[in-house]
Ligand binder design. Structure first.
Ligand code: FAD
Length: 393
């Protein structure tokens, strides 16, 4: 039976980053990926914030960055817009990446740090001794085998099974899921200096986005909250309606269609068990307002890889030891994710008229260079009735 210090399941951004940091710290690390090609097919708007790449030790590179924007424009249902600079615009604004190349870049970094990678290798269960997870059962080209590992890192994305297998509560409520549909379109008109976010009934419980990949190429998509539509197929009706209402975009041709789901829940309360850590989408670390999860996953992946190495040094793979990971990712990410979850809950119940009023009020104040606290303070003075919605902030 193969044996490793660390087995990472899933070679998305979170898993590759975890594998890189575990391997870099001296762990014998295996990264497995069920698909035949890492990063493909893409299920992403491909937008990321600029600042965070530094934190995971990845310099922005023309190897994966396609386009850079100055910021975002937020559009109210009545057509009022608000400009937000890139630093304040959430996790998805700054660079547009080629997601397949980005994922492959991160996997290559893991390999260079010493991780072994096996593609077309699917985890089909975990191995346990009592409560302790000691590896996984995998399938490769129809052949099943067991891989032992002291630590298993579950980085298997939105549909994660590793958490469930390990007895962690990963269930999502309908209102915590957005069904997304996106077209990559060419020959579209617009202002590629800004990524655009359209709020309101054009995408019930979510938003529509235009993320630029070049001068006339953009990812145009939307997410609708499953509690606000009949079924996930409705996303297409809304996207086609959105394009009909925006002829500058609608005149373009579709190069690619992407469907997928994102969680807009609170992050999991419990992300470790004996021998296991969950990272990224598997741990529901997506930002509940923007749906951006790439960089949160990478940051958590880094922390999980480092804690795996510490566990190896201490020869302690129990949940109590691995809680170090939980404390660290919570210190870094939880407050913002939790606050944005509360905002998302309020937005779910908001009608177009209220969204219009909030965007008008924010447009009066101007969002270019001030902090969230200053914005709230100004709103409190000018429009106290709007701020009561966000009294918890
Ligand atoms: P994933 O990228 O999903 O990687 C999980 C990997 O695990 C996959 O490669 C999968 O094949 C593999 N895997 C699964 N099960 C197994 C198994 N049993 N054995 C082996 N391998 C397995 N985020 C942003 O930051 N910006 C955006 O613009 C953005 N746009 C989005 C648009 C859409 C339409 C969708 C659906 C999501 C978008 N997101 C965006 C979210 C983002 O894609 C995810 O947050 C991100 O991919 C999370 O990375 P991950 O590594 O945790 O999971």
């Amino acid at each position: 039976m193969d044996a490793y210090d660390v087995l990472v399941i899933g070679a998305g951004p979170s898993g590759s980053t975890a594998a890189k940091f575990a391997a870099k710290s001296g762990c014998r690390t295996l990264l497995i990926e069920k698909r035949a090609e890492i990063g493909v097919p893409i299920r992403c708007g491909e937008g990321i914030a600029k600042g965070w790449l530094d934190e995971i030790g990845v310099p922005p590179s023309p190897k994966f960055v396609l386009h850079e924007v100055d910021g975002a424009r937020v559009w109210a249902p009545d057509g009022t817009s608000l400009v937000v600079d890139a630093a304040r615009a959430g996790d998805e604004v700054g660079y547009t990446v080629d997601r397949a190349l980005f994922d492959q870049y991160l996997a290559a970094e893991a390999a260079r740090a010493g991780a072994e990678i096996r593609i077309k290798t699917s985890a089909v269960g975990i191995l346990k001794e009592g409560d302790q997870v000691v590896g996984a059962r995998v399938e490769h080209m129809g052949r099943t085998s067991d891989i032992r590992a002291n630590v298993v890192i579950g980085a298997d994305g939105f549909e994660s099974q590793v958490g469930r297998w390990a007895g962690l509560a990963t269930h999502l409520r309908t209102r915590d899921i957005e069904a997304c549909l996106e077209y990559t379109m060419v020959d579209v008109d617009g202002d590629p200096r800004y990524d655009d976010f359209y709020l309101g009934s054009c995408a019930p419980g979510g938003y529509a986005w235009v993320f630029w990949k070049g001068e006339d190429v953009a990812n145009v998509g939307l997410g609708v909250n499953l509690s606000r539509v009949r079924d996930r197929a409705d996303a297409r009706t809304y996207l086609d309606r959105f394009l009909a209402a925006h002829p500058d975009l609608g005149r373009g041709q579709i190069l690619q269609e992407i469907a997928g789901a994102v969680s807009v829940s609170r992050p999991l309360e419990r992300t470790v068990a004996d021998g296991v850590m969950l990272v990224g989408d598997a741990a529901r670390m997506i930002d509940p307002i923007t749906g951006g999860g790439i960089l949160n996953g990478c940051v958590a992946g880094k922390l999980a890889g480092e804690v795996a190495a510490e566990a190896l040094l201490a020869a302690d793979y129990g949940a109590r030891f691995l809680e170090r990971y939980e404390h660290r990712w919570k210190a870094r990410l939880e407050e913002r994710l939790y606050r944005n979850y509360l905002i998302k809950e309020r937005l779910l119940a908001m009608d177009d008229g209220t969204i219009n009023r909030i965007v008008h009020a924010l447009a009066e104040v101007g969002l270019q260079h001030i902090s969230a606290a200053e914005i709230l303070e100004k709103l409190r003075t000018a429009h106290p009735e709007l701020v009561t919605e966000f009294g918890f902030l």
